[in-house]
Design a protein around this ligand. Structure first.
Ligand SMILES: Nc1ncnc2c1ncn2[C@@H]1O[C@H](COP(=O)(O)OP(=O)(O)OP(=O)(O)O)[C@@H](O)[C@H]1O
Ligand SMILES: [Mg+2]
Length: 490
């Protein structure tokens, strides 16, 4: 019998007045169906903070159950308060194993003095929850440890969503209240010398493992503190993984490799979370080992395998609003660092102008990503970004810059079924009048829909790109079949 049921069965006395929040979650509701093999295969929760955040109608929660939930919370907060009080504050929390051992000893002592009897599983579960709160990232710690979770989204204290295999689901995790989330936020940002409060309510940060974190708190967020974590993959996806996932075909991979080796300038375009950075990382693996690569990123995510790699990362302004180093600053600096390849994580603003100028002035073979829903849309975005540089350039001049700088746009999309795929590979052919001419070389063809999955892949359009001579100059010959053309017409 779980602790909760035991307390319920014992009909323990009423809780402190006003302590029980309305619509408290039910602890033994089924775990997140989409989380097989997750960390939650552990024993059932003894306390509600880890129950799913789907409150049952008030009428379904009996007063006895409500009381039991509150007693669980009380037990947890009592043990936690004593743990924190008795833990040596000067302990170096970075010595994880040591702190954990010390916590375990203290925890055992404290639980002995509590009158509630816990099973071994309940005790372990309570310890893990408290340890996560004291030295980890609280209720989201198991999700961060779970390799099947790729993204964690905290929408206020009571709703935590995760992404698994491209699908978003409500997770089996919950914070006590806004304050609890704020404590975890402090734990994330304070080692970085950062601070999040009402006067600076938005913050980008990184976890020690490299995961990218965005934080927005009230008054900007209207639903309580919001944390979005893009987990850092310890083993970055490779081109073979992308082929295996059906994100692209082997022919397309060969074609993209040829384009990178032949120093074409490539922009990966896509929506939020569509896999742009991942594809950029994979494209970067095609850069020959003997070239000096400089990467510029807002939050360093790329994991290049080459040895001769210089990494630059932007820096936000300090508390006095000084010391910011922007993408533009970094791109300009990198031009003076003798780059043979420039890889810009994402162009969002004026740095696009510096990037295009670099591409047009001998730094060919540059790679970047941008946020757009189609290659044509990417061109408009680039135009807008160049205007953000504050130079009063006529639109035609900007278009000419774009048309002569960019050779290829690779569109990456997150499809309705959650899968990420290359959906368009488009050549930028030049200008015709005031318009940039685009030509699709590959487009995505859906052939079916099975078991909730979109079936299809990126197929050649039968058009041979105009930049083929550049590939040939680099000594690369691709079979005509890559472009869906018969050898006779190639
Ligand atoms: N082809 C793919 N197949 C499956 N998962 C993928 C693929 N590409 C990327 N992912 C996963 O999708 C998530 C988002 O990827 P990524 O960070 O590359 O997206 P993004 O477009 O750069 O996002 P953002 O717009 O936030 O910068 C990551 O967890 C990554 O591991
Ligand atoms: Mg990205």
């Amino acid at each position: 019998m779980s602790l909760l049921k035991r307390i319920e069965a014992a009909g323990v006395a009423a809780p402190r007045p006003g302590a029980g929040p309305a619509g408290a979650p039910v602890p033994d509701a089924p775990p997140d169906a989409a989380s097989p093999g997750s960390q939650h295969s552990a024993p059932p929760p003894i306390a509600p903070p880890s129950g799913p955040a789907r409150p049952l109608p008030t009428s379904v929660i009996s007063p006895a159950r409500d009381r039991a939930l509150q007693l669980n919370r009380d037990l947890k907060s009592r043990v936690k308060a004593r743990l924190i009080a008795e833990l040596d504050p000067s302990m170096d929390l970075s010595r994880h194993d040591e702190v954990r051992q010390r916590l375990q000893v203290l925890f055992d002592q404290i639980v002995e003095t509590e009158s509630v009897i816990l099973t071994r599983a309940e005790r372990q579960r309570l310890f893990e929850e408290l340890a996560a709160d004291v030295i980890g990232f609280g209720p989201i710690e198991p999700l961060l440890q779970d390799p099947t979770v790729t993204e964690v989204m905290v929408n206020g204290p009571h709703k935590v969503y995760v992404e698994r295999r491209g699908k978003l689901t409500l997770a089996d995790a919950e914070f006590e209240d806004d304050e609890h989330v704020r404590r975890i936020i402090d734990r994330i940002v304070s080692p970085l010398g950062r601070h999040v409060d009402e006067s600076s309510p938005i913050c980008d940060a990184r976890l020690p493992d490299g995961s990218r974190v965005n934080i927005v708190i009230p008054p900007i967020s209207l639903i309580g503190p919001v944390i979005t974590i893009r987990k850092f993959s310890k083993t970055p996806l490779t081109v073979d993984d992308l082929i295996r996932f059906g994100s692209l075909t082997r022919e397309v991979a060969e074609f993209l490799k040829a384009c990178v080796v032949a120093r074409l300038n490539i922009v990966v375009s896509g929506g939020t979370g569509s896999g742009k950075t991942t594809l950029l990382d994979v494209l970067s693996t095609f850069i020959p080992d003997d070239e000096r690569i400089i990467t510029v990123e807002d939050a360093a995510e790329l994991q290049l395998r080459q040895d001769h790699w210089v990494r630059l990362e932007t820096r936000p302004a300090n508390i006095e609003g000084k010391g910011a180093v922007t993408m533009r600053d970094c791109v300009r600096a990198c031009l003076r660092m003798r780059p043979e390849r420039i890889v810009v994580g994402e162009c969002r603003g004026g740095e696009a102008l510096d990037m295009l100028q670099a591409m047009n002035t001998g730094h060919d073979g540059s790679l970047t990503t941008g946020h757009a829903n189609s290659p044509r849309d990417m061109l408009s975005r680039l135009e807008t970004m160049v205007l953000m540089a504050g130079m009063d350039l006529p639109v035609r001049a900007i278009r000419e810059q774009i048309a002569s700088a960019v050779d290829l746009i690779v569109q990456q999309s997150r499809l309705r079924d959650g899968s990420r795929k290359v959906t368009q590979i488009t050549e930028v052919q030049g200008m015709e009048g005031d318009t940039i001419v685009l030509q699709d070389i590959f487009t995505f063809e859906q052939t079916g829909f099975e078991g909730g999955r979109i079936i299809g892949s990126v197929r050649p359009t039968g058009v041979r790109p105009k930049f083929m001579p550049k590939l040939e100059d680099a000594g690369i010959s691709l079979p005509a079949s890559v472009f869906g053309i018969s050898e006779r017409f190639f």
